[in-house]
Design a protein around this ligand. Structure first.
Ligand code: GUN
Length: 266
């Protein structure tokens, strides 16, 4: 099933669940940047919320806001009983400490699953795993290569793949090209998340049965591009746009429903 078909199916299931609730779940999104990727993601999330019957509110803070003021907003959201869950959109401006923000969000409201005590996993890696499961992709004993070691994708992705007994290798900016070529040529599952348009190209060799999940999304004058060039000689490659971004957005609402379900015992 394509990612778009899978999203449609899951959205129908979520809509049905929300319809049965006494009150719609309430999600708040805090945005403190003018980053083009974030704006696209936030607009997409607000659109999804409306479609799913979920209440959503965007709180936009000025990019020069102080860390103390951000902490106050987070503390207010933690205490507001009306708010079921919230996220603070990354990246953050330089004056705001990312780790402090992640730790300030109450774990029981942390839709992103960023807090170390959160039971939820970050949306992009979890969305990818859920899709792979839905497509019956075998993970146990398979060679999984994660390219990029960011806190919100690469590291949690590697952790989830390892939890399901894949042989996980994380490649990054300090890996030699020779080693990258070696690991990529042996990979069954490749997750690329480095934000470099067309990085995975025909100069690498791939297993014909490999699966590539492309997290990258870069905009230039010709449109949006993934970290992989289209039509690589593999079994499946997620498109950009219309691929992993949609899975991330979906998982945000799945996480919100998990929070609400736990809160009301449903
Ligand atoms: N920026 C890019 N992806 C994400 C995400 O999953 N959560 C948050 N909070 N910010 C992001």
């Amino acid at each position: 099933m394509t990612i778009r078909e899978y999203i449609k199916l899951r959205k129908e299931e979520i809509k049905d669940l929300v319809n049965k609730m006494a009150r719609p779940p309430f999600l708040v999104i805090v945005q403190i940047n003018e980053d083009a990727g974030s704006i696209a993601y936030v607009n997409g999330k607000l659109k999804d919320a409306e479609e799913l019957g979920i209440r959503a509110q965007l709180i936009k803070l000025p990019v020069d806001v102080s860390e103390a003021d951000v902490m106050q907003v987070i503390s207010g959201l933690n205490q507001d009983e009306d708010v079921d869950g919230f996220i603070v959109q990354m990246p953050l401006p330089v004056q705001i400490d990312e780790q402090k923000v992640k730790l300030a969000i109450a774990p029981y409201k942390d839709v992103d699953g960023f807090h170390p005590l959160s039971k939820l996993s970050p949306c992009t890696p979890k969305g990818i795993m859920n899709y792979l499961h839905h497509e019956n992709v075998q993970i146990l004993g398979k060679n999984a290569v994660v390219i990029g070691r960011s806190n919100i994708v690469g590291k949690p992705m590697a952790k989830l793949l390892l939890k399901e007994s894949a042989n996980v290798t994380v490649l990054h900016s300090k890996t030699s090209l020779e080693d990258k070529k070696f690991y990529i040529s042996h990979a069954d599952i490749i997750v690329v998340a480095i934000g470099k348009s067309g990085y995975l190209d025909h100069a690498f060799t791939y297993k014909p049965d490999a699966i590539i999940m492309d997290v990258g999304i870069t905009r230039d004058e010709n449109g949006l591009h993934g970290d992989a060039v289209p039509n690589l000689p593999v079994k499946f490659q997620s498109p950009v746009p219309g691929g992993v971004g949609l899975l991330t957005r979906l998982t945000l609402f799945e996480n919100l429903l998990e929070i609400v379900g736990e809160k009301y015992g449903i």
